[in-house]
Design a protein around this ligand. Structure first.
Ligand code: ZN
Length: 256
């Protein structure tokens, strides 16, 4: 190899490291930082205890169907029945954001899979979105190091009025205040670390209130909790909750 070639390679290396544009022999090299990222790779996970008359494909499937219509996302689903509970290292290697719903099988989720997810979130390789009863999941509690306890809850609580309290946050993009017709109520206090941002806040006519859309940064990873999603209410067939999750996917993947 000639010294001219070596010098040229070193010039290219230094230029790319500096984020600059190197021009050699009339050809322009792309900036290292200008390489367009591919679609966000999402894994929608559910334990699949949702009633099939409400969610024939699970909450995971309902959300995946919406995300699959978006060009900037690729999506797969997984459940606790899959090999390695749908969380094999090779699957997580190909996942940018994990969307998690569970209720009755929290205790069955394997600790080594929890540890792997927590490590990836802290390392910034994986974003995490916890939905509704995921507040008591091993994943959520381990990532945020909290109990996730609630001040109370009640089935058949009627409409949930959701207010956008951080309208400039990327997760609120295109979202105005909205109402979900039938919900299970959660009440404060919600035992979590202080959120980085409360994006959405819920209240019911009976007086209860809840921080329903919260963000945290854990290590290098981004985490979002979204309250709606009781399995007997068809929440994830409504436009606004699906839009919130789609926005949160982009935010948790560090794209917004
Ligand atoms: Zn519930």
């Amino acid at each position: 190899m000639t010294s001219v070639l070596l010098a040229r390679r070193e010039f290219l290396r230094r230029s790319l490291l500096a984020g600059g544009t190197a021009t050699v022999a009339g050809s322009r090299m792309p900036q290292a930082s200008a390489v367009a990222p591919g679609p966000v790779r999402v894994l929608c996970w559910s334990e699949r205890t949702e009633p099939t008359e409400v969610y024939p494909e699970g909450i995971s499937g309902a959300i995946a169907r919406h995300l699959d219509t978006l060009p900037e996302v690729t999506v797969r689903t997984a459940s606790i029945q899959d090999p390695d509970q749908g969380l094999a290292p090779s699957v997580l290697d190909a996942t940018d954001v994990l969307v998690w719903w569970g209720h009755k099988k929290h205790k069955d989720v394997l600790l080594d899979r929890v540890a792997d997810v927590v490590s990836r979130v802290r390392g910034g390789q994986l974003g995490f979105i916890g939905l509704h009863s995921a507040h008591w999941s091993k994943m959520f509690k381990s990532i945020l190091e909290c109990t996730g306890n609630l001040g109370g809850w009640r089935h058949g609580a009627g409409p949930e009025h959701m207010k956008v309290v951080a309208p400039s946050h990327p997760i609120a993009r295109g979202i105005s205040d909205f109402t979900i017709p039938e919900t299970e109520m959660y009440n404060e206090p919600f035992d979590v670390p202080p959120p980085e941002k409360v994006v959405l806040f819920s209240y019911w006519a009976t007086g209860e209130q809840f921080r329903s859309g919260c963000t945290w940064t854990v290590g290098k990873g981004r985490v979002f909790y979204f309250r709606p999603g009781h399995e007997t209410d068809p929440v994830y067939f409504h436009k606004e909750p699906l839009q919130v999750v789609a926005n949160a996917v982009q935010w948790c993947a560090h794209r917004t």
